[in-house]
Design a protein around this ligand. Structure first.
Ligand SMILES: Nc1ncnc2c1ncn2[C@@H]1O[C@H](COP(=O)(O)OP(=O)(O)O)[C@@H](O)[C@H]1O
Ligand SMILES: O=C(O)C1=C[C@@H](OP(=O)(O)O)[C@@H](O)[C@H](O)C1
Ligand SMILES: [Mg+2]
Length: 179
């Protein structure tokens, strides 16, 4: 676990960012349970609100509409006072407005995964992540690499490459207790 920049408050929302399949949803859910906090997965919340799977939103309404939905939802949640655990979709943090809201109001954990470990998770992701459709492995790697420096704008980095989700969640809870 790496602490990237100083964090001042314990009462902030905790936000998980990182590439598709890094484990944000799985780890976020576990951390929320351990800390007895409300959990919101942004993709699932968008699906619940709009009564459509994310892949159908991409297909029928387009990516720009999805990005607007996630931006508005995250910014609104960031201003709520009851602190929550939020797992973002992998592209949400690419939007400046989302980054600013998260960095100002939340403790942001970058769930990192190496490219080699990520490739092993492809079968778990390919059917449900529209961003991966019609792309070569090289194109996906390019996207993976291009997002790394933006994810690094976070408070903590934890690698999920060689760690199961339960172990990662325990490390995160420990680091929050010590902070
Ligand atoms: N640390 C991990 N090691 C191996 N597989 C994992 C790990 N965390 C999550 N997974 C698996 O990878 C897939 C994607 O996980 P998910 O939590 O949905 O990632 P994200 O929300 O970052 O896209 C799921 O099938 C999940 O079981
Ligand atoms: O990286 C992205 O652009 C996306 C990641 C997905 O979430 P996960 O990171 O939870 O897979 C989901 O928001 C959508 O398919 C777009
Ligand atoms: Mg997710």
């Amino acid at each position: 676990m790496t602490e990237n920049i100083d964090i001042s408050s314990h009462d902030k929302h905790i936000v998980f960012i990182g590439f598709m399949g890094a484990g944000k949803t799985t780890i976020g859910q576990l951390v929320a349970k351990k800390l007895h906090r409300d959990f919101i997965d942004i993709d699932h919340e968008i699906e619940r609100i709009h009564q459509m799977p994310v892949s159908a939103i991409f297909q029928e309404l387009g990516e720009a509409s999805f990005r607007k939905m996630e931006r508005e939802l995250i910014v609104a949640l960031c201003s709520e006072t009851r602190s929550k655990i939020l797992s973002l979709g992998g592209g949400a943090y690419m939007q400046e407005e989302v980054r600013k809201a998260c960095l100002a109001n939340c403790i942001v954990f970058f769930i990192d995964v190496s490219w080699d470990s990520w490739k092993e998770r492809i079968p778990l992701l390919i059917d449900t992540r529209p961003i991966l459709q019609n792309k070569t492995l090289d194109q996906i790697e390019e996207l993976f690499l291009s997002r790394q420096s933006t994810y690094a704008m976070s408070h903590y980095t934890i690698s999920s490459s060689d760690m199961d989700a339960e172990t990662a969640a325990n490390q995160i809870v420990e680091s929050l207790k010590q902070a």
